[in-house]
Design a protein around this ligand. Structure first.
Ligand code: XIL
Length: 347
């Protein structure tokens, strides 16, 4: 009896001491050092300035940076002809000081446009001028400081047709090719990307994008790569669909940027005050699969992987879709999650 009580006490003690998330002894190693391609993260400059834990993770584990919101048209160009460079310039300084690559996101999109642009009135020539001026001013300002740009974001529908946006409505479909030409004129060294979602999940969309840009490229339009957003889930798309998409892109001759990676574990938006351990383990396997299959594409096409947020507390998924979720590599306390530990220990 005495022996049984002691055994029970021991069991309780052990289970209390076992942390819910497995320990991660290799955390002193740096994620970006584990891979030969650029390892990026999306950031917000004020968190970088005021949140030490956040800044520590960005400093230590990533060598490429994308701005989450401050380089979108509404942030950079709030009033026609008036640019607000302050926050983005601060990020440029940070990247230069820390030797990190800066990826520009995004020049032309149908969302996060300033009010004046959305409601712009004018002739076709006025629209052409306004469109060209925005691209030229922004790319020229960051010339030599921003290594690459998402020139156009989300211009295709999931069925492969071109999305109706103000740009298509006022400039016609050729706005796409013009955007790339203007960006290239303003900074001939910058790598230029077309960026979109559902590139993996919707093969017809991927095929349409690749056919469209292959044709433009053949005509001499300066487009270098495809950004695959990768806001994905534990359950879908499948692993093989992910590697198929990457293969299709590099085989078509484009650099591959997994540009906005996060892996949701709660697609149905159920109440989930804490993340279930089995889902965190699945998420870890999925992150690892993605990094490993990215490693397998020819090095010349590996532009990099960018994670869309530092910790779960910073993830856009929570506020944008209004659901509990845990899609990133660090938890709400900025502690490494199983996914991070798996990457660090396996890559
Ligand atoms: C998101 C940001 O993360 C949010 O903070 C913002 O409120 C909305 O935009 N596709 C994109 C990104 O190309 O710019 C989006 O970023 C996420 C989806």
């Amino acid at each position: 009896m005495k022996y049984q009580t002691a055994a029970l006490f021991f069991l309780v003690l052990v289970s209390c001491q076992t942390p819910s998330i497995p320990s991660c002894p290799q955390v002193s190693e740096h994620l970006a050092d584990q891979v030969s391609f650029p390892c990026g993260v999306v950031v917000d400059p004020s968190s970088l300035e005021f949140n030490q834990a956040y800044a520590g993770i960005v400093d230590d584990h990533f060598n490429s940076v994308t701005a989450e919101n401050i380089m979108k048209p509404d942030a950079l160009h709030p009033v026609e002809g008036v640019f607000d460079w302050a926050a983005a310039d601060q990020l440029v300084d940070y990247c230069q000081r820390s030797g990190k690559r800066l990826h520009g996101h995004t020049l032309i999109w149908h969302q996060q446009l300033p009010f004046w642009m959305q409601h712009y009135q004018g002739s076709r020539e006025d629209w052409e001028r306004m469109f060209k001026d925005h691209i030229t001013q922004v790319v020229s300002h960051f010339k030599g400081k921003v290594a690459s740009w998402d020139v156009v974001n989300e211009a295709f529908n999931d069925d492969g047709s071109l999305r109706n946006t103000i740009w298509k409505e006022h400039l016609g479909p050729s706005y796409l090719e013009k955007a790339f030409r203007y960006a290239h004129e303003a900074d001939p060294e910058a790598k230029l990307f077309y960026n979109d979602y559902s590139v993996v999940l919707a093969p017809q969309k991927r095929a349409a994008i690749l056919a469209y840009f292959s044709q433009l490229k053949a005509q001499g339009v300066p487009i270098h790569g495809i950004g695959v957003q990768m806001h994905i889930y534990n359950g879908f798309p499948t692993d093989s669909e992910i590697s198929q998409a990457m293969d299709d892109i590099w085989r078509a001759g484009f650099l591959v940027h997994l540009s906005e990676l996060d892996i949701s574990i709660n697609p149905l938006g159920q109440a989930m005050p804490t993340p279930p351990e089995d889902e965190l383990a699945r998420q870890a396997n999925r992150y690892l699969y993605i990094f490993q299959s990215f490693k397998r594409i020819p090095e010349a096409y590996q532009f990099g992987i960018t994670i869309w947020g530092v910790s779960d507390a910073d993830s856009w998924i929570r506020y944008f879709f209004n659901r509990d979720d845990y899609p990133l590599l660090f938890d709400d306390q900025y502690q490494p999650k199983p996914a991070f530990c798996k990457l660090i220990s396996t890559l």
